[in-house]
Ligand binder design. Structure first.
Ligand code: NAG
Ligand code: NAG
Ligand code: NAG
Ligand code: NAG
Length: 344
């Protein structure tokens, strides 16, 4: 049987399984148990994290656990290439704007998703799914759950496992010239690198995060805000001991403060929380609208980056995924369950 208590680690290595679990043969695309529609659980889209692949044992295990929670649910695992090696490579190399466009086509082409779906993004895929919502959202996302994502970017690059060569190479190349044109169209992590001490360079040269955060006032796209605010719930999960995402509060739309206007770099560093961000205060992406409606949930999971303990992800997946189409929008309301989402 499946061991549920051990942590899962995803960064720069596949969502690792911890036992010799015998898995079903790798599925390129999970097949629906029954057509989704009125009275059935809402379909779910999951997008794996950096260094992982859409059909790794860890992802397949995660999906099968969800299928046990929400019987009959259709789950699609996002890929940029059906070949797992190339899918993994696309975590590091490529143009995120192109990748998100590619995924939007993929999601549009899946008949089971036509009525809308809930979505779960692991780590960097959380902000990629947010880009999907803001720019495409057709079919629309109902609830968006992001685990350990970098919504306000990272001010340092994620560390790699010593043996993870693709990750190491990408990290080295990204550090070399994060805001140059080549990096901004070829190195995935450069496209959400946001150094608070170099904000002018970021505003001017970043190709992805500045756009989806509407941080450049001359290029604001109001469609992003209306699409994003159309979510039912936005569930932002931060890992309490995350040292991979710098700062970890980025998972909650926090960031380090820029230097004092006189140029002094703040020491110790100060976090600007979500509700103090310009992007929020000016409601540039609809985040404030969502929050004032009570639809932004700031959740904490105890542990390091993507340490997905079942006590952390299960209540969230129970509650915010698999709601009945045409019925309650939240899974947990279906069986009257009162999940208290506290992980203290
Ligand atoms: C986009 O999708 C197509 C079809 O699946 C694939 O062949 C292609 O490599 C993808 N492009 C990118 C940039 O990931
Ligand atoms: C704003 O974003 C929408 C959705 O991606 C796009 O269709 C539109 O062209 C964008 N508008 C501008 C001015 O870039
Ligand atoms: C905003 O974007 C425009 C067009 O890409 C660019 O020319 C300008 O420098 C950016 N603004 C800032 C403050 O960087
Ligand atoms: C900048 O302002 C801060 C806060 O008022 C002050 O502590 C610091 O000494 C100033 N630095 C310079 C170089 O003026």
């Amino acid at each position: 049987m499946i061991i549920k208590s051990l942590p899962w680690t995803v960064l720069c290595l596949p969502l690792a399984l911890w036992s010799s679990v015998v898995l079903a043969s790798p599925l390129a695309r999970p097949t629906p148990k029954r057509p989704s529609g009125h009275g059935n659980p809402r379909p779910l889209v999951v997008w794996h994290g950096m260094g992982d692949t859409y059909n790794s044992p860890g992802m397949l295990e995660f999906i099968s656990l969800i299928e046990n929670i929400h019987k009959g649910i259709f789950v699609h695992s996002v890929y940029l290439d059906e070949n797992p090696k190339d899918d993994q490579r696309a975590c590091f190399w490529g143009d995120v704007n192109v990748q998100v466009a590619n995924v939007s086509q993929q999601l549009r082409d899946i008949p089971e998703l036509a009525g809308g779906f809930d979505a779960i993004g692991f780590s960097q895929a959380g902000q990629f799914l947010r880009a999907y919502v803001e720019r495409y959202n057709s079919p629309p996302v109902n609830n968006l759950i992001t685990f350990g994502s970098q919504h306000m970017g990272v001010s340092d690059l994620p560390l790699c496992r010593p043996w993870d060569i693709p990750c190491q190479l990408a990290r080295r190349a990204t550090k070399g010239g994060v805001y140059n044109e080549w990096a901004q169209t070829n190195l995935v992590q450069a496209q959400y690198f946001r150094d608070p001490n170099q904000l002018p360079a970021y505003f001017e040269h970043n190709h992805f995060l500045v756009s989806i955060n509407n941080e450049n006032s001359s290029t604001i796209n109001t469609t992003y805000a209306s699409n994003f605010a159309s979510l039912n719930k936005l569930v932002l999960v931060m890992f309490s001991l995350d040292e991979t995402v710098v700062p970890k509060e980025s998972s909650w739309f926090g960031s380090y403060a820029p230097p004092h206007p006189n140029g002094t770099i703040l020491d110790p560093k100060v976090i600007i929380p979500m509700r103090m961000q310009e992007v929020y205060k000016e409601d540039r992406i609809g985040l404030r609208t969502l929050d004032e409606r009570g639809d932004v949930l700031l959740e904490t999971c105890e542990g390091t980056h993507m340490q997905l303990k079942s006590g952390c992800w299960k209540p969230l997946v129970k509650r915010y995924a698999g709601g009945l189409v045409g019925g309650d929008s939240e899974g947990a309301l279906r069986d009257g369950e009162q999940q208290v989402l506290k992980f203290q």
